[in-house]
Design a protein around this ligand. Sequence first.
Ligand SMILES: [Zn+2]
Length: 259
Amino acid sequence: MVNPFILATAFIFGACIGSFLNVCISRIPASESIIHPGSRCPACRHPIRFYDNIPVISYLWLRGKCRNCGQSISPRYPLVEILTGTMAALLLVYFGPTVNAVVYFLLVCALIIIIYIDLDHQIIPDIISLPGILIGFLASFILDELTYIDSIIGMFLGGGMLFAIACGYYLITRKEGMGGGDIKLLAMIGAFLGWKGVFFTIFIASVTGTLAGVLLMLFAEKSLKFAIPFGPFLSIGAIAYLFLGPQLIAWYFYGIYPF
Ligand SMILES: [Zn+2]
C-alpha cells in the first residue's frame, strides 16, 4: 500500500497537470499558443488570477463562475483535473514509483487531450499523435515490458489495421468513415503498448463504441445525424490495457486467474 500522503501528492500533481491539459484542449484546435498568455476566462477573456486558478478548489470556491463576468464555467474543467489527478494516483499505486508510471502518465495525458478534442471537433491533432509515436518508440528502450521491435510492430500494426479498414470502408461506401487521425492515434498507442496492446485496444474500443452507438440510437433524437468519433474509444481501450490488459490476456489465453 502506498503512503496516503504520497498518494495525495500524486493526485494534486496530476490535477495541476490536468489544469494544463484543459489549456491544451481548448487552445490546440484553435492553433493558439499553449504557453502564452496565461489562463483566461473562456467567456470574457479576462486573465485568471493565480489564486483563482487552483485546480478543482477554485472552481468550487467560485461556484463555477468567473470572478470577473459571472459567466458559468463548464464543469468539464474541474472534471479533467480530477480525472488527471486520479490517473496519476492510480498509476503510482499500480506501477509504484517507477519510470513506467512516468511514461504511462505521459501516454494518459496525451489520450485525455485527444479524447476531449475529438469529442469537441472530431479531429485528433497531429501535434499530439505524431510526437507521441516517437516518444512511445523511445520509451521502449526504457520499459522492461516493451522491446523496440514490439514497439515498431505495434506502431505499424495499429496504423496499418485502421488504414486497411479505412480503405475498405471507402471502397464499399465511397465515403470517408475513419479519419487519418484515428490511424495515427492507434499507431501511437501501438508504439507505447506493443502489438498485444493494439489488439486489446481495438477490442475494447469496438465493444464500448458499439455500446455507445446503440445507446445513442435508442435514446437520442431520431432526426439527429451524428458521427461518433472513434478516438475516445481507442483512448479508453488503451487506458484499460494499462491496468487490465496483460492480466486479462494471461487469463484468457493461459488460464491464469488474474486476481
Ligand atoms: Zn469571465
